[in-house]
Design a protein around this ligand. Structure first.
Ligand SMILES: C[S@@+](CC[C@H](N)C(=O)[O-])C[C@H]1O[C@@H](n2cnc3c(N)ncnc32)[C@H](O)[C@@H]1O
Length: 229
């Protein structure tokens, strides 16, 4: 089974999906070709637009669902040097580490649970490319992203328009959670940039949120998500 056979991923456990990525890791970059998959490029452009060139080398960035490091490669080209990766697939991590673009790579799932090795307010920026899809980041990963970014820092991720309605976990949950976090003062939308070509011809948005307070009430949001559908 191919990693991008999305419908078959429905019903698989997070561990099975991580193992699926491991099984394709060595050919991932060739399959997932840059010309048709533009999310890493878009995310890196939006992050570069936020941080001045002379400061970039010291900006601490966590790349969530880092995979083989395609986004980190783009960020590296723009002058960012303090990059950590995070993802659950050992095979993807192995490929990423060959590229020398990450200082640390945390072999972890991101969800609502705090990652014990990472302290609150560690990063200036969290990024995620190709990370919101069937079987990948759960909605509640946003809560952990907010915890990890210092107030005033930025979270930048892309989501294809169709994912909000075709990924079961996201229907009536992902967009509301993004809004609840804003209403509650945890983060503030800086902007949302629309692209016609995030992946192949599929349109999507690149979101940039400024973190305002990292002490999110995780349990309260999990309750709200449970009741959302
Ligand atoms: C489509 S790949 C994207 C990789 C990379 N960001 C890119 O743009 O090429 C999705 C990645 O998400 C990882 N992943 C799946 N579930 C995850 C989770 N809960 N937390 C973090 N990463 C996850 C997979 O192991 C895989 O490497």
């Amino acid at each position: 089974m191919s990693f991008d056979d999305y419908n078959k991923r429905e019903g698989m456990t997070p561990r099975q999906i991580a193992d699926l990525f491991t099984s394709v890791a060595s050919s991932y970059d060739q399959i997932w070709t840059i010309p048709s998959y533009r999310d890493p490029i878009h995310v890196s452009e939006c992050v570069s637009d936020f941080f001045k060139e002379d400061k970039r080398a010291s900006v601490r960035i966590l790349d969530v669902a880092a995979g083989t490091g395609m986004l980190a490669e783009q960020l590296w080209k723009k002058g960012f040097r303090q990059l950590d990766g995070l993802g659950p697939s050992s095979g993807m991590m192995g490929e990423a580490m060959k590229k020398g673009v990450y200082t640390n790579y945390y072999l972890e799932f991101m969800d609502e649970n705090p990652i014990s090795t990472l302290k609150t307010d560690t990063y200036d920026c969290v990024v995620a490319a190709g990370a919101f899809n069937i079987g990948l980041l759960p909605c509640a990963a946003l809560l952990e992203m907010v915890r990890l970014v210092k107030p005033g820092g930025v979270i930048c991720f892309g989501i294809l328009d169709a994912r909000f309605t075709e990924v079961k976990d996201y229907i009536d949950r992902l967009e509301p959670l993004m809004q609840w976090l804003e209403q509650d003062g945890a983060w503030q939308l800086l902007d949302k940039k629309h692209y016609d070509d995030s992946y192949d011809q599929d349109p999507g948005n690149l979101f940039r949120y400024i973190v305002r307070a990292s002490d999110v009430q995780v349990k309260q949001y999990i309750q709200k998500l449970r009741h959302a559908h």
